[in-house]
Design a protein. Structure first.
Length: 452
C-alpha cells in the first residue's frame, strides 16, 4: 500500500485561512493590525528615494502588466507588480516592524500583498484587515518555536522565508480559495522560499520582502488556476521545508495551533532606523551621550547578546546602508547625540568626524546573560571616570511600546516630507482602517505621482 502523507499542519492551516471572514477579531487585534498598516505606510513612503525600490519599480513597469493594484509613485498595475514594488520599498530603510518570535518583518510582505489584491478585487476594508491578520498569524505561527530564528542563524532570511506564507495566506483569503487550493498555495510558497542573510547590507535584503509579497500572490493565483504542489512541506516531520533549511533537524516546524494567543501582539515597532537587534545598544548609547557633558571618551564597551553579531557585526562601514548592521556604528551615533533616524544613515553622517572617532573606540563584547532586547554599555573618560548604562528592554518591544503617539511621530517624520499636508489624512485613514473605503483612498494616494 502507498502511504498517505501526513497533512495535519496543512489541514489546520487551510481551515484557518478559509474561515477568515467568519472570524470575529477582538478590538485590540484590529488595532494592532492598523498600527502595522501605519508603520508599513510610513516606512514605504519614507523610502521613496531608495535605489532598491526604484529599480524594482522600473523593472515592474517594463512588464506592462495592467491591473488595479497601486504601485508607489507609479499608478496602477498588476497585483504582482504592486506587491514586488511596495514590498521592496517598505523594507529599504530597515525601519519596519519585526515579530519577535520568528525575527521576521511580516508586515512588509503581508500588507504589500494584501493591499495589492484587495485593490484588484475590490475587497472590503474589513475583509482586507482580517486577511492581513490571518496572514500575519500564519507567518508568525510557522516561524515560532525557534524555527524562524534558527533559519536566520543558518543563513536564510526569515522575512523572505516566512513572508511568502503570510502573503499567500492573506491573498488566499481575499481570493476565497477552497481548502484544497489553500494547501496547494502553501506548497507553492514553500518550494519558492529562500533569501540569504549574506545579502544584508545590500539591496538584496529589501528585495527579499518584495519578492516574498509577489511570490505569495503568485502562489495563490497558481493554486486558483489548478496547480498542484507538494502538500506536506509544512509538516512537523519528513522531507519538508524545515529539513531543507535546517538539515540537522535541530528545530522543526511545530504543530500548528491557532487557538492560543495572538502573535500580532508580539510585534515590535522600531523607533530607530536600523537592525532591530542593535536598538538596545542605541538606547544605552543615547542615554550616555546625554550625560557626557564635554568629557573626552577613552574607551567604549558595548555588551550584547551573541545573536546580535549574526546580523550586525560589521566592523567596517563604507556605505550608509551597512551602518544599519553595525553595532559599533549605531553605538557611535548614540554617543554622539544622534537619534539613529533615517537621516543618520547617510553619507553625510558617515563622514562625520566625531562619529568616525567614537566608532573606532567601540569594543563589542557578547554576554549570554543578556536577551536580544537588552544591552549594556560602559564608557571610560580620559578624566578617569566611568559610566555604565543598562537597557533591559528596548523601546518599541511588547512591554515597552511606542504607542500611537510614538507611531504618529515616526509616521509624520517619514511621510510629511513627501506628502505634506496629506500626511495627516493618510495617517488617519490607517488608524481607522476596517470600515468604509479607507484602504481604497490609501491605495489612490500611493499610486498618485503628484505629491508634495
Amino acid at each position: 500500500m502507498i502511504a498517505m502523507p501526513n497533512l495535519e499542519n496543512a489541514n489546520t492551516l487551510s481551515q484557518y485561512v478559509s474561515s477568515t471572514t467568519e472570524r470575529q477579531l477582538p478590538p485590540d487585534v484590529l488595532d494592532a493590525a492598523r498600527m502595522c498598516l501605519a508603520d508599513w505606510l510610513g516606512v514605504l513612503v519614507g523610502a521613496h528615494a531608495q535605489g532598491a525600490g526604484i529599480v524594482a519599480r522600473k523593472v515592474a513597469s517594463s512588464w506592462n502588466a495592467p491591473g488595479n493594484a497601486p504601485v508607489f509613485q507609479n499608478g496602477r498595475q498588476s497585483p504582482l507588480a504592486s506587491a514586488l514594488v511596495n514590498g521592496t520599498f517598505a523594507h529599504c530603510l530597515d525601519y519596519d516592524d519585526t515579530h519577535l518570535g520568528c525575527l521576521a518583518h511580516l508586515s512588509g510582505p503581508t500588507w504589500a500583498a494584501t493591499l495589492a489584491m484587495a485593490s484588484e478585487l475590490g475587497s472590503s476594508d474589513m475583509h482586507a484587515l482580517k486577511a492581513f491578520v490571518t496572514g500575519f498569524e500564519t507567518g508568525a505561527k510557522l516561524g515560532g518555536q525557534d524555527f524562524g530564528e534558527t533559519a536566520n542563524k543558518r543563513g536564510f532570511h526569515s522575512t523572505s522565508v516566512l513572508g511568502r506564507f503570510s502573503a499567500a495566506a492573506s491573498v488566499s483569503s481575499l481570493m476565497e480559495l477552497s481548502e484544497e487550493q489553500i494547501v496547494n498555495a502553501m506548497g507553492v510558497a514553500a518550494t519558492t522560499a529562500g533569501g540569504l542573510v549574506a545579502s544584508f547590507g545590500t539591496m538584496g535584503k529589501p528585495f527579499h520582502a518584495g519578492k516574498a509579497a509577489m511570490d505569495g500572490i503568485l502562489a495563490a493565483q497558481m493554486a486558483a488556476g489548478g496547480f498542484e504542489a507538494a502538500k506536506d512541506l509544512l509538516e512537523t516531520d519528513g522531507d519538508t521545508l524545515a529539513s531543507a533549511f535546517i538539515q540537522d533537524s535541530e528545530v522543526r516546524i511545530s504543530k500548528l495551533d491557532f487557538g492560543g494567543d495572538w502573535e500580532i501582539h508580539n510585534n515590535t515597532f522600531k523607533p530607530y532606523a536600523a537592525c532591530l537587534l542593535v536598538h538596545p545598544t542605541v538606547e544605552s548609547a543615547r542615554d550616555i551621550g546625554s550625560q557626557i557633558a564635554g568629557r573626552k571618551l577613552r574607551s567604549v564597551t558595548a555588551k550584547i547578546n551573541p545573536m546580535v553579531l549574526r546580523f550586525a557585526a560589521k566592523t567596517e562601514v563604507n556605505e550608509p546602508l551597512e551602518g544599519k548592521f553595525s553595532v559599533a556604528y549605531c553605538a557611535a551615533l548614540g554617543l554622539c547625540g544622534f537619534d539613529a533616524s533615517e537621516q543618520d544613515f547617510t553619507q553625510e553622517r558617515l563622514d562625520n568626524q566625531d562619529v568616525k572617532t567614537v566608532f573606532d573606540l567601540v569594543d563589542v563584547v557578547t554576554d549570554e546573560s543578556l536577551t536580544t532586547t537588552a544591552a549594556s554599555m560602559t564608557v571610560s573618560f580620559e578624566d578617569g571616570s566611568d559610566l555604565t548604562v543598562d537597557t533591559p528592554l528596548a523601546r518599541g518591544n511588547p512591554g515597552n511600546p511606542i504607542g500611537w503617539d510614538g507611531m504618529e511621530r515616526k509616521f509624520m517624520s517619514l511621510v510629511e516630507p513627501v506628502y505634506g499636508a496629506q500626511s495627516e489624512t493618510m495617517f488617519k485613514l490607517a488608524r481607522e482602517a476596517g470600515e468604509g473605503d479607507g484602504l481604497t483612498q490609501i491605495a489612490s494616494m500611493l499610486a498618485d505621482k503628484k505629491f508634495h
